[in-house]
Write a protein that binds this ligand. Structure first.
Ligand SMILES: *[C@@H]1O[C@H](CO)[C@@H](O)[C@H](O)[C@H]1NC(C)=O
Ligand SMILES: *[C@@H]1O[C@H](CO)[C@@H](O)[C@H](O)[C@H]1NC(C)=O
Ligand SMILES: *[C@@H]1O[C@H](CO)[C@@H](O)[C@H](O)[C@H]1NC(C)=O
Length: 591
């Protein structure tokens, strides 16, 4: 009796909740259902007193009401639900459970959920009404029955290599999940062949998933999508995005550009814009991609770039330029380009004109700044060594092995909510299921390197980690070593590639051996005090708003900002221990 009263109070703490907090196209949660953010802290603490008393006994049995601790986890804020989940389960139990693949031709699959013991799903192809591609879409029919209590719910993630979406069910009936249209022919083929993978999530994840909701519009390639990106960056990072006067593109005279000059690129629209926005938010960088200029002996200007998109390479999840943590926000985000594209050669050195042409055509509305090196640094820049390095890397795959590790330095301070190590591992384990070969490439190798083991899969890695008495978080924070060589060569993200080139060219002087470039984010790179600091020395065409910018902006309708640009002298072991938490991204000195 008492418990159910409490439960009512907890389930309905706020008489006037947000009218439409759930943008899910298939809202099955009635309006009285609280979103975690509306939980009244007082009720919550009261609830925990009761929970404390009931711990250790089967709460439901003791009070003879159908109620279990796990049942209420979904309505608790993530900060509360995750620790509770953690104390009740071991790390492996917290992984999403693969329940099966639903294919259109194979009838239905059925399984036992954690709340509903009878579940069935089947998939139907549909003709999409607002569809120019002619690919059509699909409807997943999911029937839930035999709930073990009236308060429980099941949380599912549905994945193809092209998209991940989720839904949650707490009533026993038939539910539908609509896929408006397949992303491309390859996705349709994939679904025909392999179906949609269904994962049962630990129910405490709901808070985490719901808080990812406001990242979704970021990926729309429309004015609306662009505005969503700008608004997100303004709110979460304090960016200002002031319009700048025309001309928005500068005519660059290659004679004034030198080897080693840094190109900072910020995309604000479409899929790339969305990923970059998440990456910026997570790393604190105000640019999402980087490239570097190189002059040859004949005086021709080239651009070297890791994560270059050539025409053949449709963007795979893995080719996300410098994105990094964006992957962790990928729930319900459509991904383009099959992973089969992986392994394309994507570190390139191309002529400046070609690079510039591609930038102008880029529909992600890039803003580009040129950051010239300081004359002293330029004087000691060994162009021969830089070229040697660039040539040796040219054609190598983009550094997806280490991209997620560059930002996980300290255990607790690197994940802005709602991300955390559990979500990292959830994504990893789902990806392992959907694309085993690429998952091995993406992180298993890197995790094995950290453990000093070889060829363990994700589950065996977890076992080994547990056996050694360290947590998965701690495993993730072991720093990447630049000399680690992966099965497909050394791994470099866009910024690691440039900094490694700087290292070879002597930019860091005697510090070279004590700098691990994979520990650097883009923000760390442009903060380095190696760039031109005398504005009168900037080229005459350099459009910097009469001294407003300490660098040259060569493309874009908004003024670029690079806070703390050119401010930090390099030092030994820099950035190996830096937290990065929005919105201030406070950086302890010499971390
Ligand atoms: C579909 O069913 C057939 C026969 O039952 C089975 O051999 C095949 O593997 C199934 N396909 C999928 C994708 O589950
Ligand atoms: C520049 O690098 C090349 C190749 O690594 C090396 O042979 C040469 O001695 C270096 N030049 C200077 C001035 O250090
Ligand atoms: C900047 O450069 C100009 C011209 O090269 C020089 O006259 C001036 O003294 C420099 N300013 C500073 C602060 O170094």
């Amino acid at each position: 009796q008492i418990s159910s009263l409490y439960l009512t109070a907890i389930l309905n703490p706020n008489p006037n909740p947000n009218p439409n907090p759930n943008p899910n196209p298939n809202p099955i949660i009635p309006s009285f259902f609280p979103m975690p953010r509306f939980l009244n802290p007082f009720l919550l603490s009261l609830f925990f007193c009761v929970l404390g008393l009931g711990f250790g006994v089967d709460f439901g049995q003791a009070f003879k009401v159908p109620f279990r601790v796990n049942d209420v986890l979904p309505v608790l804020p993530r900060q509360v639900s995750w620790p509770v989940l953690n104390t009740l389960h071991s790390a492996v139990d917290l992984l999403p459970a693969f329940v099966g693949s639903v294919t259109p031709n194979n009838g239905s699959i059925d399984w036992k959920g954690s709340c509903f013991h009878g579940n069935e799903a089947r998939l139907e192809f549909t003709n999409s009404d607002r569809d120019d591609s002619g690919l059509g879409g699909g409807v997943l029919h999911l029937t839930t029955s035999e709930a073990h209590s009236w308060t429980c719910m099941d949380l599912y993630v549905f994945a193809t290599p092209y998209r991940i979406t989720w839904d949650y069910y707490f009533s026993a009936r038939e539910h539908t999940l609509k896929f408006d249209s397949w992303e491309e022919a390859a996705e349709l083929e994939y679904v025909k062949e392999h179906g949609i993978s269904v994962f049962l999530m630990p129910s405490g994840m709901l808070g985490t998933l719901l808080s990812l909701v406001d990242v979704l519009p970021l990926f729309s390639n429309t004015v609306w999508g662009q505005n969503a990106n700008l608004a997100f960056l303004k709110t979460h990072m304090g960016a200002s995005f002031e319009k700048r006067p025309k001309p928005w593109r500068t005519v660059v005279n290659p004679e004034d550009v030198h080897s080693g000059d840094f190109l900072a690129v910020s995309k604000i629209r479409g899929r790339w814009g969305g990923f970059e926005t998440l990456e910026k938010w997570v790393t604190g960088a105000f640019a999402g991609h980087t490239a570097v200029c190189l002059k040859d002996d004949m005086g021709n200007l080239w651009v070297a770039e890791s994560g270059h998109e050539n025409e053949k390479v449709l963007i795979a999840l893995f080719k996300l330029t410098c994105w990094v943590k964006g992957m962790l926000g990928l729930f319900s985000i459509r991904m383009v380009g099959g992973p089969e594209m992986l392994g394309e050669e994507i570190i390139v050195v191309i002529p400046w004109d070609e690079w510039w042409e591609l930038s102008l055509k880029d529909n992600s509305n890039p803003q580009i700044a040129l950051l010239p090196l300081h004359p002293d640094i330029r004087a000691k820049f060994n162009s021969t060594a830089a070229w040697e390095y660039a040539r040796s890397m040219s054609g190598k795959p983009y550094g997806y092995h280490n991209m997620i590790f560059s930002w996980i330095d300290t255990v607790a301070d690197n994940y802005p909510p709602p991300l955390d190590a559990h979500l990292v591992i959830s994504v990893m384990s789902m990806w392992t299921r959907v694309q085993p070969a690429y998952a091995a490439n993406m992180w298993n190798e890197a995790l094995n390197k950290r453990l000093g083991t070889e060829d363990l899969d994700l589950y065996r890695i977890l076992e080994e980690t547990e056996r050694r008495g360290i947590t998965f978080d701690q495993l993730l924070t072991i720093p990447e070593q630049d000399e680690w060589v992966y099965s497909d060569g050394k791994s470099t993200t866009c910024v690691a590639f440039i900094l490694e080139m700087y290292k070879e060219a002597g930019v860091f002087g005697p510090l070279s051996n004590s700098i691990q470039v994979t520990e650097f984010t883009i923000r760390d790179a442009y903060m380095l005090k190696i760039f031109e600091n005398n504005q009168t020395n900037l080229p005459s065409w350099c459009n910097n708003g009469d001294g407003r910018l300490p660098f040259c902006q060569i493309l874009g309708e908004y003024w670029m900002e690079l806070p703390f640009y050119n401010s930090l002298e390099p030092y030994a072991n820099m950035n190996e221990n830096c937290p990065s938490l929005p919105p201030i991204y406070d950086r302890p000195t010499r971390c």
